[in-house]
Design a binder for this molecule. Structure first.
Ligand code: PLP
Length: 393
C-alpha cells in the first residue's frame, strides 16, 4: 500500500471513514473513542454541524481569490480573533509552521528596523515549532534537526523553564530581538512551566526591549481552559501563533501581533497565495463562534479537572507512573519507561491516544465531550496503562 507516497510517515493500520463528535468510524464500521482529535486539531469534534455548514455554504459561493483582493471573511476573522486575544493585527497562513515562519520573520524585521543587522531569537530546549528550515532550527529537539544541517543562524537556545539561562543570554547578547516559546510544551511532553515563568519572560522582554512571542499552536483556542494558555499567567505576548484547532481540520494558521509589533510588516514583506482564503477563514469563524456560543473554554477547564482528578485517583499510587499533569484538555501521564507501543495497543481497544517524548501518554480530546465520555477516557486509558505496566514490570 501507498508505494507512491513519500516515506515520511509510519501510519497505524487503520483507515477512518467518517467521524461524529468524539467518535471516529473505520472503513469496517468499527467505532473508536478519539482522545487525540487529530493532534489537537478537531477541538469541536468530528463533523461539527456549524463548521460543516460554513464550509458547504462558502464552497458554493467562492473558494479563493488571492490576497490581491480584499477578503471580507478574513477581515471578520481577524476582528474576532483580535477581540478574544487582545491583539491588534493578524497574518493568515495555512499551517503552524507557516504561522511561526511569519513570527520569526517579523522578529528579524523588527530587529533590522532598530538597526540590528544580525538579529537573534531565544528559543527553548524541548520545544517543537515545525518542520520548515527556520522552524526546525527553532525547535529544541536534535532528532527533528538531524540531517538538515546547516541550520539557520540567528537562534540562541536556553533550557525550558530556566529564567537564569535567559538572564545570562541577556547580559552577553546585544542582538537579541525576541523570545519564542510554547506556554506549555506539546510534542515535548506536556511540560507545564513554573507559575512565574511567563510572567518573568514578559518582564525580561520589557526590560530589554525584546518581543515576547508565544507559540500557541497546540495550546490555543480553548484547549487549556483559557482561550490561550498564556492567559493563565495573566500576561500578554507581543506576538502569538495559532493553527491546529483554529480551523477544526481546515488548514489555517495565524500570526497575531500587538502594539509596535503589529506595525512591523509592510506590503511586500510577507505573503501567501492561499493564506486567509474565503474557505479557511469561513471555517475558522464558525469554529470561533461555536467555542464562544457553547462556552467551551470554561467547559475545557471543567472537563480537564474531572479527567485529571480521575487519573490521579486511578493511577496516582501506581508504580511506574512518574507524573500526571495537565491544563484543561491538554493532559500527560508520564511513565518511567518508553511506551510508544501504547498507541497501537490503544487502537486495538478502539481508543485513540498518543505517546510523545518517548514516555508521556498524551491526551488531547475534543472540547465537546460529555461527562460520561470524559469518564470513559479515564477508565480506558488507566486500564491501558495498568495493563502495560503489569506486563512490562
Ligand atoms: C507547538 C507547535 N508549533 C508548531 C507546530 C507545527 O504545526 P504544523 O504541523 O501545522 O506546521 C506544531 C505541530 O505539532 C506544534 O505543536
Amino acid at each position: 500500500m501507498a508505494e507512491h507516497l513519500m516515506n515520511t510517515y509510519k501510519p497505524l493500520p487503520v483507515t477512518f471513514d467518517h467521524g461524529e463528535g468524539v467518535y471516529l468510524f473505520d472503513d469496517k464500521g468499527e467505532r473508536y473513542l478519539d482522545a487525540l482529535c487529530g493532534i489537537a486539531v478537531c477541538g469541536l469534534g468530528h463533523a461539527h454541524p456549524a463548521v460543516s455548514n460554513a464550509i458547504c455554504e462558502q464552497s458554493k459561493r467562492l473558494l479563493h481569490t488571492s490576497n490581491l483582493y480584499q477578503i471580507s471573511q478574513q477581515d471578520r476573522l481577524a476582528d474576532a480573533l483580535c477581540k478574544v486575544a487582545g491583539m491588534d493585527r493578524v497574518f493568515f497562513g495555512n499551517s503552524g509552521a507557516e504561522a511561526n515562519e511569519a513570527a520569526l520573520k517579523l522578529a528579524r524585521l523588527s530587529g533590522h528596523q532598530k538597526g540590528i543587522d544580525s538579529p537573534q531569537v531565544i528559543v527553548t530546549e524541548g520545544s517543537f515549532h515545525g518542520r520548515t528550515l527556520a522552524t526546525l532550527t527553532a525547535t529544541g529537539n536534535r532528532k527533528i534537526q538531524a540531517g538538515f544541517e546547516p541550520l539557520m543562524p540567528g537562534f540562541l537556545r536556553a533550557p525550558y523553564n530556566d529564567l537564569d539561562a535567559i538572564r545570562t543570554i541577556a547580559s552577553n547578547s546585544p542582538n537579541v530581538v525576541a523570545i519564542f516559546a510554547e506556554p506549555i510544551t506539546g510534542e515535548g511532553g506536556i511540560r507545564i512551566p513554573d507559575d512565574n515563568y511567563l510572567v518573568e519572560l514578559r518582564a525580561l522582554c520589557d526590560e530589554h526591549g525584546w518581543l515576547l512571542m508565544l507559540d500557541e499552536i497546540q495550546t490555543g483556542m480553548g484547549r487549556t481552559g483559557r482561550w490561550f494558555a498564556h492567559q493563565h499567567a495573566d500576561i500578554q505576548p507581543d506576538v502569538m501563533t495559532l493553527a491546529k484547532a483554529l480551523g477544526n481540520g481546515v488548514p489555517i494558521g495565524a500570526c497575531l501581533a500587538r502594539g509596535s509589533a503589529a506595525e512591523v510588516f509592510k506590503p511586500g514583506n510577507h505573503g501567501s497565495t492561499f493564506g486567509g482564503n474565503p474557505l479557511s477563514t469561513s471555517a475558522a469563524l464558525a469554529v470561533l463562534n461555536s467555542i464562544q456560543d457553547d462556552d467551551l473554554v470554561n467547559r475545557a477547564e471543567q472537563l480537564g479537572s474531572r479527567i485529571l482528578d480521575g487519573f490521579k485517583a486511578k493511577l496516582g499510587d501506581t508504580e511506574g507512573v512518574t507524573s500526571i499533569r495537565g491544563r484543561g484538555l491538554m493532559l500527560g501521564i508520564e511513565l518511567d519507561r518508553p511506551c510508544g507501543e501504547l498507541m497501537q495497543t490503544a487502537l486495538g481497544r478502539n481508543l485513540l491516544i498518543n505517546v510523545t517524548a518517548d514516555t508521556v501518554v498524551r491526551l488531547l480530546p475534543p472540547l465537546i465531550l460529555t461527562d460520561e465520555q470524559a469518564d470513559r477516557i479515564v477508565i480506558d486509558v488507566s486500564q491501558l496503562i495498568l495493563d502495560f505496566l503489569g506486563s512490562n514490570s
